[in-house]
Design a protein around this ligand. Structure first.
Ligand code: IVH
Length: 674
């Protein structure tokens, strides 16, 4: 009995694997979703009845049902290097000549190149033994990355078990496949829309969203992000490798990994250059971001012969694209009011497709910029996106002027409260100084509740809009008087979201003083300055009484910031808000836990941080080091004790190696500070 169940389970798994590949890798499904779900359900039921037969490579085991506590560090078998960049066809020709010189090939002989899209995502490596997926990791510092296996398993394009291959192919006993994890543009837009709804900070671009999703501690959330992958090289392999890169790509594909379909074998560098410029024009048609092309010599013998520098292989190079641009018309220029009253001109555009998204707005930054670029309503303009969400207006297309364009007049009053506006001193920004302006109040409330400030989840822009317009709250101190009854009948609010929000507000009352100082929205005072201030003032009232002189004595606080702080607290409106915060029991004192507890391993040691850390913001990491008695400097020297290297470390990493400074990964840093 049991052996026939086992057979049935194995058979179901292999049928599901086959259909996973058809659907997710080859985009060519053979059965309906309904039929697929039925197969999966049948397997789940059998496994439920026979849990002893569950194996980690079963298609039911892709999504762990619990969060993980950390990403262990993994040493790469072969370092994960980067790629040298070029920006012109001239440099590509030089690359071709350089290779010929190094490999002793006559300068007029053709070298074959494989030209691929350069996917703008996150590099990863996948380790397989005897056809089973064992482990996957990020690039990290190139030598050690993070083990993100649990999250990679949620990506259905990544096979958990490789198929048995027809001759002449054979799955190697051990091998490493490298590739790029990316987020399709459509998924990226959807995630950002959801985040905006929830009042969360949006991802700047699909790459950041992919990196963030891969580093979530809960694989169930990663699974909802629908990450994808393209495999592009075989790293380490036991046994023989094919003879050419093109054959490697074929082999990777035969094993069931997704390989980008646009890789092309070019006979020589001229053909490679033509293919690059072809894609430079076509990249907007793709559903994912590419930031250039990668040109690889096809012969693997040549790879061996050329080898690598400490940074990058000599047999490949990338051709980076210039930011993508489009031409469209300015239909209207509107003025937005920010949280400190700053007025920003924004162009409403005739919608145009740019870098995979439809663009209908662009920031014009400030009124001087509008004048300098002579941007008029009705003008055709060049807009550009260089990997960020908000496109920029680069310049006016003068040839398209008809003479009917209208010069945009700088506003004399606030577009929302109609109060007076002016510029102070040398400032480029026009400002509305009315503390009761509703537009400002909304922005301030949004900022107050944001993750870097008081971190109150559930305060989206749509909710704030309603609360202020209906007069339920006037400023952020009123948040703490909100009752369930005020929320539950508002649009897009229900019983659950209302009670969650009330709980989130309650929880935020006890936040530490640096968050509160940041949340107040003082002009020129961001997260970092707020932390600096909280180290010198252990109560909000003491900060409110500080003079410009007192403030300027603090290292890192200059005269402009000092004056902004004093002006802020001098305002009657601010005093009233602070009185209300006190009255409503919001913590305005420094919490005890912030008083330094020295840690022997850290006390007196000097640290430098480079690259992007996942768990900590730069300032959180610095704060932690200082709290434990260490020092943080910006440059590596012989006196540096530790370099904390995050993702994409800069030249500091090389310098640290040169000086023999101990290098810590984020996990190493965690261990040291624990
Ligand atoms: S080959 C030595 N091929 O670009 C690195 N990389 O800017 C071997 N990338 O770290 C990588 N598309 O993450 C290769 N078709 C492609 C690629 C690609 C994107 C990434 C990769 C690399 C980064 C360098």
């Amino acid at each position: 009995m049991s052996s026939s169940v086992k057979e049935k389970i194995e058979q179901l798994r292999s049928v599901i694997r086959y259909h996973d590949r058809k659907y997710y890798v080859e985009n060519n499904p053979e059965i309906s979703d309904y039929e697929y779900d039925r197969l999966l359900k049948e397997l789940q039921n059998l496994e439920k009845a026979h849990p002893e037969l569950i194996t980690p490579d079963s298609p039911t085991q892709r999504i762990a049902d619990h969060p993980i506590s950390q990403f262990p560090a993994v040493e790469h078998k072969i370092p994960m290097l980067s790629i040298d960049n070029t920006y012109s066809s001239g440099e590509l020709k030089e690359f071709d000549q350089r290779i010929k010189r190094m490999a002793d090939i006559a300068s007029d002989t053709d070298i074959e190149y494989v030209v691929e899209l350069k996917i703008d995502g996150v590099a990863i490596t996948l380790w397989y033994e005897n056809g089973l997926f064992i482990r996957g990791a990020t690039r990290g510092d190139g030598f050690r990355g993070d083990d993100v296996t649990a999250n990679l398993k949620t990506i259905r394009q990544i096979p958990l078990k490789l198929p048995v291959l027809d001759a002449p192919y054979k799955v190697p006993p051990a091998m490493e496949i490298r590739g790029e994890i990316y987020l399709p543009n459509k998924e990226f837009r959807q995630i950002n829309e959801e985040r905006e709804e929830k009042g969360e900070i949006q991802f700047a671009n699909p790459r950041n969203a992919a990196a963030g999703s891969l580093k979530l501690l809960d694989p169930r959330i990663t699974a909802q992000r629908h990450l994808k992958m393209f495999a592009y090289v075989i790293g380490y392999v036991e046994g023989t490798k094919p003879e050419s890169h093109m054959q490697c790509l074929d082999f990777i594909k035969v094993m069931g990994f997704p390989v980008n379909p646009h890789a092309k074998l070019c006979r020589n560098i001229d053909e490679a250059i033509r293919y690059c410029s072809e894609w430079d024009k076509r990249r907007g048609t793709l559903d994912y971001m590419v930031d250039g092309m990668v040109i690889k010599t096809n012969s693997l013998a040549l790879h061996e012969q050329l080898g690598s520098t400490s940074k990058a292989p000599r047999w490949m190079i990338s051709f980076k694209f210039q930011p993508e641009q489009a031409i469209t018309k300015i239909e209207e220029i509107v003025v937005q009011v920010g949280k400190t009253g700053t007025l920003t001109p924004v162009a409403n555009l005739t919608p145009v497709l740019l870098a995979g998204t439809t663009v209908s707005r662009a920031s014009l930054h400030n009124f001087d910029e509008v004048k300098r670029k002579d941007v008029r309503v009705g003008d055709y303009v060049v807009v550009q996106k260089a990997g960020e969400i908000i496109p920029q207006v680069v310049k006016v297309v003068q040839e398209k002027r008809s003479g009917h364009e209208k010069v945009f007049a700088e506003p004399h009053c606030c577009p929302v409260c109609k109060g007076p506006v002016s510029r102070e001193g040398e400032e480029v920004y026009l400002r509305c100084y009315n503390p009761l302006c509703k537009a400002q109040a909304k922005r301030r409330i949004q900022y107050f509740t944001s993750r870097d400030a008081m971190d109150i989840e559930g305060f989206g822009p749509a909710l704030i809009e309603q609360l202020v317009d209906k007069g339920i709250i006037e400023d952020y101190s009123d948040i703490f008087s909100l009752r369930y009854e005020d929320l539950v009948n508002l649009e897009r609010m229900g019983e659950k979201s209302s009670s969650n929000l009330i709980r989130a507000i309650e929880n935020s009352r006890g936040r530490d003083i640096d968050r509160l100082i940041c949340a107040l929205g003082i002009h020129n005072v961001g997260q970092h300055t707020a932390e600096v201030l909280s180290e010198h003032f252990d109560a909000l009232d003491k900060l409110a009484e500080a003079t410009v002189d007192d403030l300027e004595k603090i290292h890192e606080i200059g005269p402009v910031v000092a004056q902004s702080i004093v002006d802020f607290f001098r305002s009657k409106h601010t005093r009233e808000i602070i009185r209300k915060l006190h009255e409503k029991g919001v913590n305005t004192r420094k919490l005890i836990k912030d008083i330094p507890q020295k840690n022997k391993k850290i006390s007196g040691k000097s640290f430098v941080i480079t690259g992007k850390l996942q768990k900590y913001s730069r300032s959180d990491a610095e704060k932690l080091i200082k709290r434990l008695g260490g020092r943080v400097s910006s440059g590596v020297s012989k006196k540096t004790n530790y370099l904390v290297a995050g993702e994409d470390p800069g030249s500091k990493l090389d310098k640290a190696k040169e000086f023999g400074v101990e290098i810590l990964t984020e996990e190493g840093f965690d261990l040291l500070t624990a």
